[in-house]
Write a protein that binds this ligand. Structure first.
Ligand SMILES: [Zn+2]
Length: 296
């Protein structure tokens, strides 16, 4: 029986072998030991491709591979990374073609498909929750803010860059745009805003009563609620999953109350938030599921 390889590139690279809707066997991670800074930020596109290729071949082992799915941050169109604000060296890189032509061993010749990383997470959540027939939306919180959507659909869906404030001073987003959600809630932009504090310290200080930090924590929640309200007004209500390394900052009760203030039309009521622990497996599974569908 043929299997699929899924890869998630989200601050590090993780790969796994997927059979049906399950990751089987151990994951392979690059770099092998965790690093405090995002190790991919200083890597040229060719080196990132090589790292992905190495993991795919390791994971494939002696199995015949049906397809390879990659979840990669940024705007992905036809296998090309058209823009990736937090990995700017990859802009314009034809990742799908580079990887297809370099795969060896049992993975050689398998069709490679590249998807947005958050879309891969959404597909993984839909697959594990038995929701492959309904709209699944997810926010991924890290250096960048990802917005994932399943099923995949024509369009760009860069929800992390939703404009949530008209304040012209709000310019910390990695893409350079003013007033974006990522410019408030993204880890990189938090560091730029509080040059003397790590994001964890900002949230601790807020709990201890520091007014400036408390005001910022409120702003973060209002920003995520506003971007969610925009999605509800465009595509209707539903469950919004939140995942990634920085979900510890999020108070879902506060988010629920804020969304309730922002969305008032009765057919649009009934959304809720659900936090899922950061998981490479979900993104790996989703990239593989999407690639397997695309290969059929
Ligand atoms: Zn932006």
């Amino acid at each position: 029986m043929s299997r699929t390889v899924g890869v998630l590139v989200m601050e590090h690279i993780a790969a796994g072998l997927v059979d049906g809707n399950k990751v089987v066997g151990p994951l392979k991670i690059f770099p092998e030991s965790p690093q405090s800074l995002d190790p991919l930020q200083s890597m040229p596109s060719g080196d990132i491709t090589e790292a992905i290729r190495g993991l795919v071949e390791k994971v494939a082992g002696a199995e015949k591979i049906e397809a390879v799915g990659i979840g990669f941050p940024g705007i992905i169109q036809s296998g090309v990374v058209e823009e990736s604000p937090n990995l700017q060296q990859v802009k314009g890189f034809a990742l799908q073609a580079a990887l297809s032509s370099s795969l060896k061993g049992k993975a050689a010749g398998a069709p490679v498909r590249v998807f947005n990383d958050a879309d891969a997470m959404a597909a993984g959540i839909a697959a594990t929750q038995g929701k492959l027939h309904q709209l699944t939306r997810v926010w991924t919180l890290g250096n960048g803010i990802g917005f994932g959507r399943y099923p995949a659909s024509e369009g760009v869906w860069e929800g992390g860059h939703t404009v949530v404030t008209l304040d012209p001073k709000e310019g910390f987003c990695g893409c350079g745009g003013k007033g974006h959600l990522e410019g408030i809630l993204g880890r990189r932009s938090m560091r730029m805003r509080f040059l003397d504090l790590e994001p964890e310290e900002v949230f601790e200080n807020a709990r201890a009563g520091d007014a400036r930090c408390a005001e910022f924590v409120q702003l973060c929640h209002r920003a995520l609620a506003a971007a969610t309200a925009t999605s509800i007004h465009m595509e209707g209500p539903g469950t919004f999953f939140i995942t990634g390394l920085d979900t510890k900052f999020i108070d879902t009760g506060l988010l629920d109350r804020l969304v309730h203030e922002m969305v008032k039309m009765s057919p649009l009521q009934g959304s809720r938030f659900e936090v899922l622990p950061a998981s490479d497996e979900l993104g790996i599974l989703g990239a593989a599921v999407n690639a397997s569908h695309a290969a059929k």
